[in-house]
Design a binder for this molecule. Structure first.
Ligand code: BGC
Length: 381
């Protein structure tokens, strides 16, 4: 559902896209990690593979080649430093005695690469697929040698081939008892990219191919309801994250019946005047609308050839900008559970602002729509 509101001019869209790239690169830690949000209490000091992979993809698309490469170097370092743990996880799974969730890799790391002392909803597998997909897309986009990230990609493939079918927390760090369709499709994206790029070969490439095919098959059999992708296996709901499987991940063809039905279902169930909710029963900060999800739906629309619908989501996202030029994690214009907002403000303070992932998705869609053209972004490639 799209609204008729005053359009934001192309220059203003382009300015916001450019300042978003600068904001992201200026906040990147010397280690290469991107903070999720520099000032938000619960996220401060941490970098997520999920957020970071999409952030790197966004700035890569705008020409910030070195910044994205340094993030992938950091991901690889996180994996290489945990090589023996990955080996234990893989061997235990192969022996039919999979290790418990608390022995799996974490979801976020401190900027310096530690696991941090704060409790978190760890064990989420999506980011280990998404970063591989983003690194391969980055190498392809800029003609870089994927060999630079071969070790990290190999370790990710081993880890995912051993863990892909396990229930785990989703993108929203909820429902650890389910197998989430978005998570599976992020893993498929990573495994297929690893094979395509020839970063892995031999038995490892066979394992990647096998796991990706099995995950696709599982989605087809149990992750589709009424012709569209569903939130988790067996669910009848959708989730805003599903747009990403269509674009930017590109694992579901936007013009296929499944792609078209999924775009329609996300739009019908979760889009209110261009602003997209995470899912219909969301209560986090009252369940507002997320600019990054509007941009992902916009990317899916662009991939399906519907430019006006894509531009409307970019415009909606632009209207969420604060006077300081920051894009928030969510806005409270249309809340699904208004009575649940105050408890989060009390617990963690105001909504995370700026959220680098929001800025990155804005950039990614702006580039896709030609609002800005990729440029050298003031750095050496
Ligand atoms: C979101 C995650 C995100 C994290 C950091 C959480 O509130 O649910 O998807 O990775 O914030 O931005």
């Amino acid at each position: 559902m799209t609204a008729l509101t005053t359009p934001v001019g192309t220059d203003a869209l382009a300015d916001l896209a450019r300042s978003s790239v600068s904001l992201i690169t200026s906040l990147q830690h010397p280690s290469g990690a991107y903070p999720a949000s520099p000032s938000f209490s619960a996220y401060q000091g941490y970098s997520w593979f999920r957020d970071g992979a999409f952030i790197a993809d966004g700035v890569s698309s705008a020409g910030a080649v070195d910044s994205a490469s340094r993030f992938f170097d950091w991901c690889q370092q996180m994996l290489v430093e945990r090589r023996s743990r990955i080996t234990e996880i893989v061997e235990a799974a192969a022996a039919g005695r999979p290790l418990p969730d608390d022995r799996m890799l974490p979801t976020r790391f401190t900027m310096e690469g530690a696991e941090g002392d704060d409790d978190w909803w760890d064990f989420q597998t999506d980011g280990y697929g998404t970063w591989v997909w983003a690194a391969v897309a980055h190498a392809e986009r800029h003609g870089l040698d994927i060999a630079r990230w071969r070790d990290g990609i190999a370790l990710s493939v081993d880890y995912l081939a051993a863990t892909w079918s396990r229930p785990c927390y989703d993108w929203w760090e909820e429902h650890r008892e389910q197998v989430h369709v978005s998570t599976l499709l992020c893993i498929v994206a990573g495994l297929e990219a690893a094979v395509r790029s020839a970063a892995v070969d031999g038995d490892r490439a066979d394992a990647a191919r096998g796991a990706a095919a099995a995950a696709r098959d599982l989605v087809t059999r149990r992750g589709v309801h009424d012709g569209h992708l569903s939130k988790w296996l067996g669910s009848t709901d959708v989730d805003g994250s599903l747009s990403a499987a269509i674009a930017p991940l590109g694992v579901i063809d936007a013009t296929s019946p499944l792609g078209r039905a999924s775009i329609r279902a996300v739009d019908d169930a979760l889009d209110v005047e261009g602003g997209v909710h995470r899912f219909s029963f969301d209560t986090f900060y009252g369940g507002g609308q997320w600019p990054l999800l509007s941009c992902m739906l916009g990317l899916a629309y662009a991939a399906a050839g519907d430019r006006p619908a894509a531009l409307a989501r970019l415009q909606w996202a632009a209207r969420t900008v604060t006077p300081e030029g920051y894009l928030p994690e969510q806005v409270p214009d249309h809340l699904l559970a208004p009575e649940r907002r105050a408890e989060w403000v009390e617990r963690w303070g105001g909504v995370a602002t700026p959220l680098l992932w929001s800025h990155a998705m804005f950039v990614r869609l702006a580039v896709e729509l030609g609002v800005i053209t990729p440029e050298a972004a003031g750095e050496g490639a």
